[in-house]
Design a protein around this ligand. Structure first.
Ligand SMILES: Cc1ncc(C[n+]2csc(CCOP(=O)(O)OP(=O)(O)O)c2C)c(N)n1
Ligand SMILES: [Mg+2]
Length: 366
């Protein structure tokens, strides 16, 4: 825990290492709030706060669902909202190579919430109902799949997404569409060869790929601390070795994250070359239900911190904040009641979506 506390305290240091350039595309706020929120407009700040609360309430609902015996397993993203929400908001959402592709890992709820995923669909997934649009009730929580938004299926084996993401980035390069491929993963996963493969293939001279390669560094790989596992000073240094634009950001700060993502995504769209972001952030409920899914104190809570700032600045009132939390609590609770009435997948659907065009994969029927 000590590690995480000092990370939070170091957030200023992390920010100062980030290459600060002028951001583009967002109307700047003026006046006294300007410095506090780096000029981001009030409407955007309140929208981000709303989505961060929604994502947090949803994740806490998923944990309650697991603990109530309505699900087999929970894994998710409480603590990653300040990173995931701006990512979802800045993504060019749609289907096909003209739009951004997302190769997320199992902490993607904030991104999907920001892209417009209804709470109930995440609940259908964790409760393994046939109504779950991602997997028809066949996979874990946070293993999303939204073809209509270019969100590739989340894989349980970690890090394989870094190799797969190269494929969609290659297609986008051919289409010259200014769309990009985003890949996310954790710090411990970078020990896998897939991560190195991604850096190599994304950065070949003259054949660079339009990719935003990211790592959400929470300082842990399940119960193994970051400190004992890395020779490099920053994971971002590994991308620098491949001449990839690379930076470390405070992923607990939605404003810093928004501006960094905006700048890197604009650079990728313009040049067709990759960028790398290492976001330092908190893990608020441990790894997953495998480690109990209990709240872990002592880490910086990005949603509460951001809310405090909005309250102090006068952008948000206590009563408004309370209403937002309560409304999402109600939505999550009611969704759980609704999903309880929905059916699980039938045995006949076991082979659905295994092969293209739903070809039956049962060898006994070949
Ligand atoms: C190939 C593979 N090896 C091991 C695991 C077991 N496993 C699941 S999550 C995890 C830790 C990942 O840590 P990190 O990459 O830092 O991501 P975090 O969970 O901290 O966000 C491991 C070892 C796995 N799922 N897949
Ligand atoms: Mg980790």
């Amino acid at each position: 825990m000590q590690v995480q506390v000092s990370r939070a305290k170091n957030s200023k240091k992390i920010s100062s290492r980030v290459n600060k350039k002028k951001s583009v595309g967002v109307k700047k706020a003026t006046g006294s709030k300007k410095n506090l929120f780096s000029g981001l407009p009030k409407e955007l700040l309140l929208h981000m706060h709303d989505l961060m609360v929604k994502s947090r309430v949803l994740e806490e609902r998923l944990i309650k669902i697991y603990k109530a015996g309505d699900a087999f397993f929970w894994i998710g993203a409480p603590g990653e909202e300040a990173w995931g929400v701006p990512l979802g908001l800045l993504t060019k959402k749609g289907q096909g190579p003209k739009y951004d592709y997302l190769h997320l890992h199992y902490r993607g709820t904030p991104t999907l919430v920001a892209m417009g995923m209804p709470m109930i669909d995440s609940i259908r997934l964790i409760m393994n109902r046939s109504t779950d649009p991602s997997t028809g009730g066949r996979n874990f929580s946070n293993h999303y799949c939204y073809p209509q938004w270019n969100v590739a299926p989340v894989s349980s084996p970690i890090e394989v997404q870094y190799g797969m993401a190269l494929g969609t980035a290659h297609v986008q390069k051919r289409h010259k569409s200014q769309a990009l491929t985003v890949v996310t993963g954790g710090d411990a996963g970078t020990a896998e060869g897939d991560f190195a493969t991604c850096l190599v293939w994304a950065s070949r001279r003259g054949q660079e790929l339009p990719m935003l390669i990211t790592v959400q560094n929470n300082g842990w790989g399940i119960s193994t601390a970051f400190e004992g596992q890395h020779g490099e000073t920053e994971i971002a240094d590994r991308a620098r070795a491949f001449n990839i634009r690379s930076r470390v950001i405070n992923g607990n700060d939605p404003v810093e994250t928004y501006l960094a993502l905006q700048e890197e995504m604009a650079a990728i769209r313009k040049t067709g070359k990759p960028s790398f972001i290492e976001a330092r952030l908190s893990r608020l409920y441990g790894h997953s239900s495998a480690s109990g899914a209990n709240f872990v104190g002592g880490e910086l809570d990005c949603v509460r911190e951001f809310e405090k700032k909005l309250l102090t600045s006068g952008y948000l009132k206590e009563s408004q904040a309370k209403k937002i939390w309560e409304a999402y609590e109600k939505e999550g609770f009611e969704a759980q009641q609704q999903v309880r009435t929905e059916p699980g997948p039938s045995s006949e659907s076991i082979w659905d979506h295994v092969y293209a065009d739903n070809e039956n994969a049962d060898w006994r029927k070949f």
